[in-house]
Design a protein around this ligand. Structure first.
Ligand SMILES: [Zn+2]
Length: 230
């Protein structure tokens, strides 16, 4: 088995240094997305890059040039840097229960892309999400109540032929998927800055679902799903 070798288009696999501005700037958004897909494949194959985090920490201390930004759930089983197999300095990573998109997170995404130069946004949910189950069950508790309310539009918009219960894994995952699709719509609708960057091809905005049981990150085909959430 050959080890992943860093090439011009494979700069998210560096073992020692951190991403430089030159390396990041010459990547297209499509190449960055491709790198993330390859990173998840390495993770699933158990062929992750062996990184010297201390070397990456030192080489990125003065400045950062991340290629992408992810927005995922706080769930302990979905650490973005691990499941995409990237190193220190490669990605901005935002996490919130149920990967909901609120104004502060939109501001974080705008900073990552419009200020710091990230070229890809990946908004991803995951299977068996506790926040999604909580929203389905109308859980009310402290500040969690308001957060779960942000997932409820996905419940309303999900068409499901089986029993709409938090005990039905397929239903929970269907709502999580809808939640991602609505989140992508929300990013474009509520952030003219990000919508413009996407229109001009400066950034790509992608959605995904992570499978806890397989480790696979499935990128969603928004067009195919659009009729299901409208
Ligand atoms: Zn979750």
């Amino acid at each position: 088995m050959t080890c992943p070798v860093a090439s011009a288009a494979q700069v998210l696999t560096q073992a020692h240094g951190a991403l430089t501005k030159e390396q990041r700037d010459r990547l297209t958004p499509e190449q960055v997305l491709d790198e993330l897909k390859k990173g998840n494949e390495r993770f699933r194959a158990g062929a992750m890059v062996s990184r010297d985090y201390r070397a990456q920490q030192r080489s990125s201390a003065a400045a950062q040039f991340p290629a992408c930004v992810t927005l995922g759930c706080v769930d302990s089983r979905v650490p973005a840097e691990v499941i995409f197999d990237v190193g220190i300095g490669d990605m901005f990573s935002a996490r919130i229960a149920g990967n909901v998109v609120n104004d502060d997170l939109l501001g974080s995404l705008e900073f990552a892309c419009a200020v710091a130069g990230a070229k890809v946004i990946v908004l991803f949910g995951h299977t068996a999400c506790g926040a999604v189950k909580g929203a389905i069950d109308d859980v009310e508790m402290g500040n969690l109540t308001g957060l779960l309310a942000r997932i409820k539009p996905a419940i309303t918009a999900t068409q499901f032929s089986g029993k709409a219960s938090s005990k039905d894994a397929a239903y929970v995952d269907a709502v999580a998927r809808t939640n991602v699709l609505l989140g992508l719509d929300g990013i474009r609708r509520r952030s003219p800055i990000l919508a413009d960057l996407e229109k001009t091809g400066t950034i790509l905005i992608a959605g995904g679902m992570y499978d806890l049981s397989t480790g696979a990150l499935e990128f969603l085909d928004e067009k195919a799903h659009h009729s299901a959430v409208r």
